[in-house]
Design a protein around this ligand. Structure first.
Ligand SMILES: Cc1cc2nc3c(=O)[nH]c(=O)nc-3n(C[C@H](O)[C@H](O)[C@H](O)COP(=O)(O)OP(=O)(O)OC[C@H]3O[C@@H](n4cnc5c(N)ncnc54)[C@H](O)[C@@H]3O)c2cc1C
Length: 401
């Protein structure tokens, strides 16, 4: 069977085109159901491609607008904006990522007994949970609803620290993302929206897995939310840099692999390199599947960039970056790496870089000051600004509902 998760832009665009007709009613009705690997038709499975920007959010939302239309595809469009919301939320509060990394290390050092090992090995005896561990390890992906159930069972039934669950998932996810993963785990635990936790219920799992699993009697269904301080207040989004007037060296990384649409026509790219450190996402590294998937996506980005600007492109390690930059003697330009392990690695590379940011991010991120629902009110305006070609006769949905 071909890989269900595209690692090159051509395959991702094909997947996008194939799924676009299902972004309306099919998605709205079927997105919560997980019929299992090989049988999913009502979700796009595009998250690794979007996470690396083999296809951009603007292209994905543009396909929904041009296909079923903004009203019919409202639910799908909102889900893509959840990603932008989470990215913005962390970008305005970078200390949450550093705090999470510290907490993972502390919780790992403090944990006693074998419960963590059983959870990570998928030998808890809870059939659905053990199957999701197996699926996560073998495919690098889980359906959104399964991620919610998984995190809830990890926290409230197995009573393991949420940080270690987030770390385990992140090591194995091909779409692994500092913002979406950390903040979704916080949300399930009830510390992102304080006091509101997500409780996995056997009846809900049986219904939305179409009877593949029925953990009746196996789950803690009346837990208290985790007690922790609320998220910090939002800070300001740092300004992005301007492109140099003359030639520059372009440094790509796993957070944005479509430089053809990031840089303006006429940009004078004279050298290209790419860096990927997926193993830096956790002190425990990442799975081989994740490393291969990220590496293949970066290789595709480098090959396209090389063809587009007509200069060679090489993959380099972080320790070689300073030498690569010095050998070209040009200013280094890089897509804005959002808060996470790549930004951490680039900041420690000792190379001055100009960080350029997409209009999408500059428009969305500053709005992530409060909860998603106030953010959602701004989506029609964002759509009008970021997805210009709205079909006639299909106005955006009304913002207040
Ligand atoms: C505990 C937990 C951890 C998660 N960790 C990650 C992660 O590390 N990386 C990641 O990309 N997503 C994460 N998600 C969000 C979501 O599960 C995946 O994005 C989604 O399952 C991807 O499937 P899809 O591509 O078929 O999405 P579709 O339903 O087809 O949606 C289209 C796109 O919208 C975005 N999207 C959809 N739902 C969400 C959501 N709830 N939050 C953020 N973006 C969303 C994704 O880019 C997705 O590809 C997590 C969710 C939970 C509950």
């Amino acid at each position: 069977m071909s890989d269900p998760f595209p690692t090159d832009r051509t395959a991702a665009l094909q997947r996008l085109a194939d799924f676009a007709p299902r972004m309306g009613r099919d998605y709205a009705q079927g997105r919560n159901t997980d019929p299992g690997p090989g049988r999913r038709r009502d979700v796009s499975c595009l998250s690794p491609a979007i996470r690396h920007r083999l296809v951009t959010e603007a292209e994905v939302v543009g396909a929904a607008v041009a296909g079923p239309g903004p009203r019919a595809a409202e639910k799908f469009i909102q889900e893509v904006f959840w990603r932008s919301y989470w990215k913005g939320f962390l970008e305005l509060r970078p200390g949450m990522w550093a705090g999470y990394r510290t907490a993972v290390a502390a919780d790992r050092a403090a944990i006693r007994g074998h419960a963590l090992a059983r959870a990570e090995a998928g030998t808890t005896g809870i059939g659905c949970f053990d199957a999701w561990v197996d699926e996560l390890r073998s495919t690098g992906w889980l359906h959104n609803h399964a991620r919610m159930w998984f995190a809830s069972i990890w926290i409230f039934t197995l009573k393991l620290p949420w940080t270690l669950g987030a770390d385990f998932m992140l090591r194995h996810l091909r779409d692994g993302d500092a913002a979406s993963n950390t903040l979704s785990w916080r949300w399930v635990a009830g510390i992102q929206t304080p006091g509101k936790h997500y409780v996995a219920r056997a009846e809900n799992i049986a219904r939305y897995t179409e009877g593949r699993f029925d953990p009746t009697g196996e789950l803690e269904e009346d837990p208290r939310p985790i007690d922790a301080p609320p998220p910090p207040r939002a800070g300001a989004l740092p300004a992005a840099d301007r492109l140099p007037d003359g030639a520059f060296a372009l440094l790509l990384h796993e957070d944005d692999l479509h430089p053809e649409s990031l840089l303006p026509a006429g940009a004078r790219v004279a050298a290209i390199a790419g860096v990927a450190v997926p193993e830096a996402r956790s002190d425990g590294g990442c799975s081989a599947l994740v490393a291969d998937s990220v590496g293949a996506s970066l290789a595709d980005g480098l090959a396209r960039a090389s063809a587009h600007w007509g200069v060679p492109a090489v993959r380099v390690g972080v320790p070689e970056l300073a030498g690569w930059a010095a050998s070209h003697g040009l200013p280094v330009v890089t897509p804005w790496a959002p808060v996470g392990w790549t930004a951490d690695a680039l900041a420690g590379a000792g190379v001055p870089m100009r960080r350029v940011r997409r209009d999408w991010d500059s428009a969305c991120w500053p709005l992530a000051t409060k909860g998603f629902f106030p953010f959602r009110e701004g989506i029609p305006t964002l759509l009008g600004r970021l997805v210009p070609d709205q079909p006639a006769g299909q106005p955006l949905w009304a913002s207040a509902r």
